[in-house]
Design a protein around this ligand. Structure first.
Ligand SMILES: C[S@@+](CC[C@H](N)C(=O)[O-])C[C@H]1O[C@@H](n2cnc3c(N)ncnc32)[C@H](O)[C@@H]1O
Length: 416
């Protein structure tokens, strides 16, 4: 179909990373554009989203993207913007969302936590037209798979991940319906790549043999299917503070090493000299295991595998006691009598936030509450509950571990 070419000016970059045009009072989103630019778009593409065709007048802040797949691959929304305005925009997402929610607080400068890059990646595998295998990332605004052989935002510790994913996808996808996506999650660990495949269905013996062969050839630390072991050459481990954690398959892990270390250091700073600390939504324990160098910790998470891994790592000599328990904190949040003995409580929920737990914290007398969040909107809702319960919010620190995307983490300390 021929493009219906239209010329628009871009007012600013919105919270999802798209340029926003307000020409003639209509709000129109144009990915890969910047404030002040005049661009040509395809007006026939979508009611309020436009495909960028050409940049007529570029912003002085526009830079050359470093990845050849940028603009086609859906992984990165922003590689075309200079660092300084990009940092100001990301911090601005936090400032504006909190202001809209009526939360009055200081927002610190953005802390960059990209470090060496992403240490975990999920690739999709699929046979495309003419039975050609594609392994890569979802295309921008579509479920198509863009074949990728190299991704420059990955931690060098993931070297070999893409080759391994292509090799694993080959025997798996040939027997799968074209519509069914295969997900291959690869995590860089101290002992090698840890791979979990999802979407293949149960594996017949023939495929287990073929995949084990690929795992050996690519020297993977471990290969699992939906968490079930296919082959383990070495237990996949990560160092967290003084402790070594053996990763359970599929458990949550902060996206970059720098992100984990930055958040853990900020959490420790906020906890200060507290003797008894609760770590809610603890995962495999990146906060608990570091906090236990000084404090006694009670840690809870609904992922039983993560809690078991933390409990094992907690036996590291020299750490103060860590009690680690599986618990669904949405259905069974810690209630005020259980919270009574803590000097500080840390909570780091998934994107949905922790409404039920925030309500119970608001009714408690815990002197210090520390919120870590990957979603500023749900953080604002939970922060409002704490503030209405009598807590004061101190400085909010935004942390950028998902560089080139609109995602931003933050940490905030509340006191009463
Ligand atoms: C953002 S992660 C944080 C994990 C950990 N603090 C870290 O930094 O690695 C959120 C955690 O919440 C856990 N979670 C999700 N839903 C939960 C629920 N209903 N109750 C308790 N934990 C839950 C997940 O298993 C995950 O470990």
């Amino acid at each position: 179909m021929r493009a219906v070419v239209e010329r628009v000016t871009i007012d600013h970059v919105g919270h999802r990373g798209d340029g926003v045009s307000l020409d003639a009072g209509d709000t129109v989103y144009v990915p890969y554009t910047l404030g002040g630019e005049t661009v040509e778009v395809d007006a026939g593409s979508h009611p309020d989203r436009r495909k960028l065709l050409a940049v007529d007048v570029a912003s002085p802040a526009r830079i050359e993207p470093f990845c050849p797949h940028f603009g086609v691959c859906g992984g990165c929304a922003i590689q075309h913007w200079a660092a300084e305005p990009y940092h100001a925009w990301k911090r601005g997402i936090v400032v504006e969302t909190l202001a809209q929610a009526g939360i009055d607080c200081e927002v610190a400068p953005l802390v960059d936590a990209h470090g060496a890059g992403r240490r975990r990646v999920t690739l999709h595998g699929r046979f495309g037209t003419h039975n050609v295998l594609k392994v890569g990332f979802a295309a921008a605004s579509s479920h198509d798979v863009i074949p990728i052989h190299r991704c420059p935002i990955l931690d060098p510790a993931l070297d070999g991940a893409l080759d391994a994913a292509w090799a694993l996808a080959e025997p798996l996808t040939s027997k799968m319906p074209v519509t069914k996506p295969l997900d291959i999650q690869v995590t860089a660990t101290a002992t090698g790549l840890d791979v979990d495949i999802r979407g293949s269905g149960p594996l017949p013996t023939r495929l287990v043999t073929a995949l084990s062969h690929v795992a050996e050839q690519h020297r993977l630390a471990r290969l699992t299917r939906h968490g079930e072991l296919v082959l383990q050459r070495l237990p996949p481990t990560l160092q967290m503070g003084r402790a070594e954690v053996t990763l359970p398959p599929g458990s949550f892990l902060q996206a970059t090493v720098a992100g984990e270390e930055t958040l853990a250091a900020l959490v420790a700073e906020c906890v200060g000299k507290a003797k008894e600390v609760a770590d809610l939504f603890c995962g495999v324990g990146p906060f608990a295991l570091r906090l236990a160098e000084k404090s006694r910790v009670a840690a809870y998470d609904s992922d039983a595998g993560a809690v078991a891994a933390l409990a094992k790592a907690a036996r590291t000599p020299g750490l103060k006691p860590i009690k680690a328990e599986p618990r669904d904190l949405f259905r069974r949040p810690l209630v005020p009598p259980e919270l009574r003995d803590f000097d500080a409580v840390v909570f780091d929920p998934p994107r949905q936030g922790a409404q039920a737990q925030a309500l119970k914290l608001a009714a408690s007398k815990v002197p210090v509450v520390i919120a870590v969040s990957c979603n500023v909107a749900t953080f604002a809702r939970d922060a409002r509950l704490l503030i209405d319960g009598g807590y004061k919010i101190e400085t909010v620190v935004p942390v950028d571990q998902f560089r080139h995307t609109p995602h931003v983490e933050l940490i905030a300390r509340f006191t009463r």
